[in-house]
Design a binder for this molecule. Structure first.
Ligand code: ZN
Length: 234
């Protein structure tokens, strides 16, 4: 059973970077939640926890300690960049283990390709920095900076589908790195059974008109109702 520790960058009294009506902590929490949902839905053989289930204020060392005490196999800290740049970058510690570098490589590829399906955003590359959560964690650890909150990148960060895609790419990368087995997909046969049952009690619908102008549809529906027929507009 592999243990995955997700770190939602910022929270509580620390919102992280704030610009363009966005708070870094709101975005990182969404991304991590999408990542966790995706893993839950598609893979087995793991347990996952986040450094904060809600919006607690935590120090960097507290978050690293939590991962160490739990004995996590992997630690992923999710952030949004600031400083008016553009693009995606991913960090490991300057003295990173080969496993951390392997995790960085897999996640870099997955996340970048997900981002580039929305826009041809700059690859700022695989970097190294002496960040506390990377320095103090004992397992393979990375920190992602997912675009800039205070530049043109913000328009992508306001797109929920984008946050979902970025979260799911984090999940796929972690699953690949840990070699998590995929959940069996439901067989088509088991999906047909309820349909066969339902066919014993068929419903017949009568369509009485289709209109390009909704007003005409409403007029006919009103007329039918007046005559005692239930009418719905689809
Ligand atoms: Zn941050």
């Amino acid at each position: 059973m592999k243990k995955i520790k997700w770190d939602k960058g910022h929270g509580g009294s620390d919102p992280g970077a704030v610009a363009n009506g966005l708070k870094e902590k709101d975005l990182t929490h969404r991304i991590v939640e999408y990542a966790m949902d995706y893993l839950e839905a598609n893979y087995t053989g793991f347990e996952q926890r986040t450094t904060r289930a809600g919006d607690q204020t935590l120090t960097l060392s507290q978050r690293a300690d939590m991962a160490n005490k739990w004995g996590a196999d992997v630690f992923i800290s999710v952030h949004i960049n600031a400083g008016k740049g553009t693009g995606f970058e991913i960090y490991v510690h300057p003295n990173a283990s080969p496993q951390s570098v392997a995790l960085q490589n897999v996640l870099h590829g997955e996340i970048l390709s997900a981002i580039q399906q929305f826009e041809n955003i700059t690859d700022r590359g695989k970097k190294r920095a002496n960040y506390a959560v990377l320095r103090e964690t004992k397992m393979p650890a990375v920190l992602t900076e997912n675009l800039f909150i205070d530049s043109n990148d913000a328009k992508l960060l306001k797109n929920e589908a984008f946050l979902k895609a970025v979260g799911e790419a984090h999940a796929r990368g972690v699953a690949k790195f840990l070699g998590l087995p995929q959940k069996a997909k439901p067989q088509p046969q088991t999906q047909q059974k309820p349909q066969q049952k339902a066919s014993n009690q068929k419903l017949y619908r009568v369509q009485v008109g289709s209109f390009s102008d909704r007003k005409n549809a409403e007029r006919l529906a009103a007329e039918l109702k007046k005559k005692g027929y239930p009418a719905i507009i689809v």
